[in-house]
Ligand binder design. Structure first.
Ligand code: EPU
Length: 414
């Protein structure tokens, strides 16, 4: 179904918005429950489509999930390792965490390859090499991956690239491996720390999450736990950018400011007026924004996930901004849509150039992926007239209650 978000733009935003819990933590934490032998309680789970799909996949594994608002009680005691050959696996990227978790728990997993946003090629060779290094053998038949191990043995694994997904998958697969696994050149994203702290509450022995060297000492069993998921730094960044674009006085609450320093320091360079508290960021109306250049990098560098939303703001800045995208060279589909709205953006594989100072006007545009959708929502809020964002389901995959949160700030959006 083509769901449409309709925005009548150019209305100033004011007030407070509370950021939900982190999508990319939640989508790793849910599959990790496969490793537990007791009930896990999760608080503040974001109400997004990706979470709903993962809950369905947990159901296929006979894991009982009860929801009470944003609280989930997950009972894996009757788990059954069935093959995950269900179309839902291909609806999102994070279904690949079932590979590490099921391999770790049962030494066998058979499932479809994951899906997710179309950002160009997204290989999982580093995940598979990690599983092989632990002792697994992998068979691939078209879209089906089967991974088996007689036993998993801890070892040293060096990642050629600090991949978030590979780091998490190897952590999951090695919790029950014999001896010590060391991941070198590990990704340092906050979501990895969140998962590691939850697994450690369950009895895992993981050290160094958040640094480039993570060690996992294998254990025999993981118990249950209660866990609060960290706030979503990308959702926070999206609202901060929206406020910088069309806000008068907006406070973004439930933020860990250290998680988005690369964004806030860039915004300050652009001339955005920001005030920061321990768990909030206040954005005041700012005129005459300046063009800036960014290069996307793994954490703590500038997040690729915020590159697209920031592009919308850059159309307002005086001068020419450049973006170099080092993570997903083809993450530029939003640029075509923004140009339909009056932007002047040149883009090619790996980079974009935004000639700023171009007022945007509403029109019919298409969300092609999640953060493209976020960029278009910001553009629609900035634009004169009516913007219709088609394929809005991409946006609901990762933004909890985005329409009502923006309505509460005064946006004319439905
Ligand atoms: N890569 C490989 N081989 C691999 C794994 C990754 O070549 O085996 C490459 C990728 O193609 C990419 C780069 O390494 O060029 C980074 O990929 P990474 O594995 O770090 O990303 P991911 O785990 O697939 C997660 C987030 C993305 C986010 C990236 C980068 C989840 C579910 N997804 O993806 O989030 O952009 O890290 O921070 O956690 C989003 O939320 O919109 C989103 C796309």
């Amino acid at each position: 179904m083509n769901e449409i978000i309709k925005i009548h733009g150019n209305k100033k935003l004011n007030g407070e918005v509370t950021v939900s819990s982190c999508k990319n933590s939640a989508v790793a934490i849910l599959p990790s429950v496969v490793l537990a032998s007791e009930i896990v309680k999760l608080y503040d789970v974001p109400e997004i489509e990706d979470v709903k799909v993962l809950v369905k996949l947990l159901g296929l594994l006979n894991i009982d999930v009860r929801a009470n608002g944003d609280e989930l009680t997950i009972d894996p005691t009757e788990i059954c390792n069935v093959d995950l050959l269900d179309d839902d696996v291909m609806r999102l990227r994070a279904s690949y965490y079932f590979m590490g978790a099921l391999l770790g728990r049962f030494k066998h997993v058979k499932m479809y390859s994951p899906g997710g946003c179309n950002l160009g090629p997204r290989p999982i060779d580093l995940h598979l090499k990690g599983f092989e290094a632990l002792g697994a053998t992998i068979k691939q038949d078209g879209n089906i991956i089967e991974i088996d191990a007689e036993e998993l043995k801890g070892t040293d694994i060096y990642l050629d690239f600090a991949s978030v997904g590979a780091t998490i998958n190897i952590m999951l697969a090695s919790c029950f491996a014999q001896g010590r696994t060391t991941i070198e050149n590990a990704a340092k994203e906050p979501e990895i720390i969140d998962l590691s702290s939850m697994l450690n509450k369950m009895g895992a022995h993981i050290r160094g999450a958040g640094t480039s060297e993570i060690t996992i000492d294998g254990v025999f069993r993981l118990k249950g736990c209660i866990h609060d998921i960290i706030p979503d730094r990308i959702e926070a960044g999206t609202y901060i950018i929206a406020a910088a674009a069309i806000g008068e006085d907006v406070t973004i609450k439930n933020v860990i400011p250290q998680h988005i320093e690369a964004l806030t320091s860039k915004l300050e360079e652009m001339g955005v007026k920001l005030m920061q508290g321990p768990d909030y960021i206040r954005v005041l109306e700012s005129e005459n924004l300046k063009a800036v250049d960014i290069i996307t990098q793994p954490f703590p560098g500038f997040a690729t996930d915020l590159q697209q939303p920031l592009t919308s703001l850059m159309t307002k800045a005086i001068g020419t901004s450049h973006i170099e995208e080092t993570i997903y060279a083809e993450r530029f589909k939003h640029c075509h849509e923004l140009n339909q709205m009056g932007a002047n953006i040149q883009y090619k594989t790996g980079s974009s150039t935004i000639h700023g100072g171009t007022p945007l006007h509403g029109t019919d545009i298409f969300a092609t992926d999640l953060r493209c959708g976020a960029a278009l929502v910001i553009a629609g809020l900035m634009a004169d007239g009516e913007t219709n964002i088609h394929n809005a389901y991409h946006i609901y995959r990762g933004y909890d209650s985005i329409v009502s949160k923006l309505q509460a700030l005064g946006a004319d959006i439905e």
